[in-house]
Design a protein around this ligand. Structure first.
Ligand code: SF4
Length: 693
């Protein structure tokens, strides 16, 4: 490794004569990218936390990867999704390592549910308890594949649907994994992936895994965090919402059903006749189904507030009786398991799970701790939830203030990483924390992100997008559209969307804030555009996000085929369609958080108690960030052109609309609908006649 300071090495890498230019002839040094890379290098040198908002097109991935690789430190990189993990691991990291001529050992680590559990596979093989014939056929295929796979990563098995009902039978979870007691421990794919990660220079994980690792210290699992000095969080805007899911408590009816199934499998295969396993399992399953029925609401998704002793709509007496039943069944299970503890480690693990459930049930009888909120998630199953209102405390105490990093475990590759780590006695160095995303707030301190994430003292950097929005994009806010609470609002949005889609020949993304609007607009467009040749209407839910995005990308002016996609929720971000396939983004209304969501309500109340305005300090900043995310779908590269239509005139008629408007990139404005449609026709003509325009 060079003795030059890291910042010099990094600056040299980004020059026109540097290794990046030599490796990629299209590489162009960009001031924003270099500025970010320098700040990252300084933080890696000195330790501490850096928060960077890097607008679309800055090239933030290279801006953190180059310093990270050149530093020679062990690095943990966390992204929001598995798709982004794959992109980093398969494309960006190997490319850069080659460009910089650095021999880097890389590892991709996913959650344990992604790997084959060979112990549970053996149990499934021995018991005729699989849910359906399809699973039995699939099991035979998994068995063949299991002989050949090195990684055990189920994504590599052809023809295995990630929603297959077989998966819970052949994968482990924290509850049912036997850890170091497992007879397959030495050849276990989960443990092997973990060992590989602990021995690598760069480990790519996702935020879910990071918080699961932080929240639940699994027995027999070495933690990731103590072994790295540099942790980088990309798509950091999702960190708070992901973190709160893992840092509280939850107990679901599906967990109870899983336990009843695992009890039956272990009882019948390892201790048949020692207890009435079938009877006990059936009792637990019945109690789980009764819990779901009691909470009501059918199979529809939704949330029940839970601010008193019992969840909304239930009497205290009924709720207490339900908890008594569950506790009674758990106690019977414990007694039965006690008699089988010596037979196999499975029963000790089952007993721990039951004890854990008993303590969860006891905790849900007590009021929630200060600074947290409780509710019930309803769907096919019911989940009792308790979560902190943010991750600030955890970030401050368990991340930023955690003991400095231990030295590299590079010499321990051959040892079992689950054993006490020998590198732990080496001298410690301060950690560096990098948090980055295209959207982290709208003020100089990025308070929307830094406050709930406990990063108010972090160094903050905002790097503007290099795109020329005034030339590349036009904003239109139709004044005459009725207010969003008017029943005519959604039909009016659908009518305007139809005109835009016809003018552009598709190439339009309609983002809604509710599923009701999504369905209504989707149906209207499908009916109205049935006669339009070459136009395809796609609606969220008709395929995976990846499938819909690929379908959408395939439309462009050359192919005389265009798509309109109507979508909500997750499509407001991560939907990346550069080029002419996407030239209009329509947003139905300002994306304020739903006021009756238990988490939103609790956060609002906390602000009130602090004497701060929930609207100014929570609802509005949330809407700002979501609007920036949605608008960010439009321009993805320097040559893109398009229109953003926000069908909510509060943006231009209210005082707070100014703050939202200021957060958007500085686009040109269309003054009227005819002017907008005329502009769209010109855009279409230019696309079809001059590809460089
Ligand atoms: S250690 Fe856990 S995950 Fe690995 S084979 Fe055993 S039960 Fe499965």
């Amino acid at each position: 490794m060079s003795t030059e300071p890291l910042t010099s090495l990094v600056m040299a890498a980004f020059t026109p004569e540097g290794p990046l230019s030599r490796w990629d002839p299209h590489f162009q040094p960009r001031a924003g990218q270099t500025e970010m890379a320098q700040a990252v290098a300084e933080t890696l040198d000195q330790g501490g936390a850096l928060v960077v908002e890097a607008g679309t097109g800055v090239g933030k991935t290279f801006a953190y990867l180059v310093p990270a690789l050149l530093s020679g430190e062990r690095v943990l990189i966390s992204t929001a999704t598995k798709a982004l993990q794959d992109q980093l691991f398969s494309r960006d990291l190997p490319g850069l390592a080659q460009a910089l001529n650095l021999p880097v050992r890389m590892a991709l680590l996913k959650g344990r549910g992604n790997y084959l559990c060979t112990y549970r596979l053996a149990l499934a093989r021995n018991e005729a308890l699989l849910p359906d014939r399809q699973s039995v056929h699939l099991l035979a295929k998994v068995e063949t594949w299991a002989q050949a796979t090195r990684t055990g990563d189920l994504a590599e098995m052809p023809g295995l649907d990630e929603r297959s009902s077989l998966l819970p039978w052949i994968t482990s979870n924290r509850d049912n994994c036997l850890g170091s007691e497992c007879e397959h421990h030495k050849t276990c794919h989960v443990m092997a992936a973990r060992r590989e990660a602990l021995a690598a220079d760069v480990v790519v994980i996702n935020h879910h895994l990071f918080f699961a690792d932080l929240a639940v210290r699994e027995s027999g699992m070495a933690e990731l965090l103590p072994s790295v000095r540099v942790a980088i969080f990309d798509e950091a805007h999702q960190l708070n919402e992901t973190g709160v899911q893992f840092l509280g408590r939850q107990l679901s009816s599906s967990q109870l059903i899983d336990l009843s199934r695992d009890l039956l499998v272990a009882g019948l295969s390892l201790a048949r006749g020692q207890a009435d396993w079938q009877g006990l399992s059936a009792q637990l399953e019945l109690a789980a189904r009764d819990l779901r029925l009691l909470l009501g609401g059918g199979d529809k998704g939704g949330k029940l507030a839970w601010t008193t002793q019992a969840p909304e709509g239930l009497s205290e007496a009924d709720w207490d009786a339900m908890l008594d039943t569950l506790q009674g069944v758990c106690q019977q299970l414990l007694d039965a398991l006690e008699g089988a503890l010596e037979v196999a480690p499975d029963f000790a693990r089952l007993s721990e799970r039951v004890q854990d459930m008993l303590s969860q049930l006891a905790a849900f009888r007590e009021p929630p701790p200060l600074g947290s909120v409780r509710w019930v998630d309803l769907g096919h199953w019911a989940r009792l939830m308790q979560a902190p209102l943010d991750i600030a405390e955890t970030v401050r105490t368990r991340m930023l203030a955690a003991p400095a990093a231990e030295a590299s475990p590079q010499d321990t590759q051959d040892s079992d990483a689950d054993d006490a780590a020998p590198w732990r006695d080496a001298p410690a160095r301060p950690r560096s924390w990098i948090f980055t995303s295209a959207t982290l707030g709208d003020d100089a301190t990025l308070r929307w992100f830094t406050e709930p994430c406990g990063l108010s003292d972090a160094r903050v950097l905002k790097v503007q997008s290099p795109f020329n929005y005034a030339k590349q994009a036009v904003l239109f806010v139709p004044r005459e559209v009725v207010r969003p609470n008017d029943p005519q609002h959604t039909p009016q949005v659908a009518a305007l969307a139809e005109k835009i889609v016809r003018a552009l020949g598709g190439r339009t993304l309609v983002l809604t804030t509710t599923l009701r609007a999504l369905r209504q607009i989707g149906e209207t467009l499908r009916q109205q555009l049935a006669d339009a040749p070459g136009l395809e209407v796609l609606v969220q839910g008709e395929g995976s996000k990846r499938e819909l995005m690929e379908r959408f990308r395939s439309g462009d002016a050359d192919s005389q085929r265009g798509c309109v996609l109507v979508a909500s929720a997750t499509f407001w971000e991560g939907f990346d369609v550069p080029g002419e396939a996407l030239q209009a983004v329509i947003i139905d209304k300002l994306p304020f958080p739903p006021p009756n969501d238990p988490m939103v309500e609790a956060r609002g109340k906390r602000l009130e108690a602090q004497g701060r305005s929930p609207f100014n300090h929570y609802f509005l900043p949330e809407a700002v960030v979501a609007l920036k995310q949605g608008a960010g779908r439009l321009i993805r590269r320097e040559t893109d052109k398009g229109v953003l239509v926000v069908c909510d005139n509060r943006l231009i008629t209210t005082g707070y609309g100014r703050r939202l408007m200021d957060a958007l990139p500085p686009m040109a404005r269309a003054s009227s609908e005819p002017a907008l449609l005329e502009g769209l026709r010109r855009l279409t003509k230019a696309s079809t006649t001059d590809p460089s325009s």
